[in-house]
Design a protein around this ligand. Sequence first.
Ligand SMILES: C[C@@]1(CC(=O)O)c2cc3[nH]c(cc4nc(cc5[nH]c(cc(n2)[C@H]1CCC(=O)O)[C@@](C)(CC(=O)O)[C@@H]5CCC(=O)O)C(CC(=O)O)=C4CCC(=O)O)c(CCC(=O)O)c3CC(=O)O
Ligand SMILES: NC(=O)C1=CN([C@@H]2O[C@H](COP(=O)(O)OP(=O)(O)OC[C@H]3O[C@@H](n4cnc5c(N)ncnc54)[C@H](O)[C@@H]3O)[C@@H](O)[C@H]2O)C=CC1
Length: 206
Amino acid sequence: MSSNYPIMLRLEGKKVVVIGGGKVAERKVSGLLVSGAKVVVISPEATEELQRLSKSGKMEWMQQSFCVDDLKGAFMVFAATNDKTVNQLIKDSTEPHQLVMMVDDPDGSDFHLPSVVQRGHLSIAVSTGGASPTLAKKIRAQLELGFDEKYEDYLEFLFEKRKWIISEVADPALKRKLLTAIVSDEFLHSHDRERDFQLLYKELIF
Ligand SMILES: C[C@@]1(CC(=O)O)c2cc3[nH]c(cc4nc(cc5[nH]c(cc(n2)[C@H]1CCC(=O)O)[C@@](C)(CC(=O)O)[C@@H]5CCC(=O)O)C(CC(=O)O)=C4CCC(=O)O)c(CCC(=O)O)c3CC(=O)O
Ligand SMILES: NC(=O)C1=CN([C@@H]2O[C@H](COP(=O)(O)OP(=O)(O)OC[C@H]3O[C@@H](n4cnc5c(N)ncnc54)[C@H](O)[C@@H]3O)[C@@H](O)[C@H]2O)C=CC1
């Protein structure tokens, strides 16, 4: 059996079409909106949350049943109706370059979604390859306890400092030492990471 190939997609500005307006479509749309994708929902009915997102301009809802033209210009397509035949028709209507997933047919889909812990720059994705979405959700909840909210600030600090170290520190050995030292419990739990970094930097250069 081949295993899946995990990647992180950049969807900003890309058109993503979600067909269906139920609870499952709503969950997929919530994740997509964080990515900055241009989301279009096609469905005669939509959940209250999807209607709210449409009214506030976060995404577009076209109140109609699926037709093939809806797929024009889509980078990615979610067939998320409660009708297996419609979901299969959607898949069969896509162009070869379009990424498509059917919410009721993992084996016929190009991809599936993992369960995700998001802490700023840090994403931890858990997948069971369709074996048990409930287990993926349970592991995600466990990881959320270990990787709590403070990782968001910490990742921002690492992001900024790594940029600074790469552009300002020429000596490869010192560069490596600094990049390793900031990834430590001391910096994770520090109340003043900037001060601790200056102290460490001075210690290492003298
Ligand atoms: C293949 C995949 C395709 C995809 O949708 O991407 C898929 C497929 C199916 N899910 C089904 C059911 C459920 N899915 C969930 C929940 C989640 N499902 C997600 C992903 C995936 N689901 C992909 C595989 C991921 C993996 O295995 O790791 C998560 C992780 C991400 C997300 O949706 O954003 C999100 C948790 C998010 C979180 O909270 O962290 C729950 C639990 C709940 O809702 O509380 C249930 C009910 C309990 C159960 O069935 O286990 C059914 C049967 C439908 C039916 O009964 O007919 C199918 C179809 C089939 O299996 O054929
Ligand atoms: N992948 C996943 O994570 C999960 C998948 N499922 C599957 O997802 C399916 C959908 O689940 P829910 O959202 O809870 O169902 P739902 O019944 O709440 O919503 C279905 C939506 O599809 C729309 N629809 C029906 N025919 C359409 C058409 N021809 N064109 C456009 N829209 C159409 C309906 O108007 C409705 O908004 C389920 O039947 C189940 O097989 C269920 C749970 C999780």
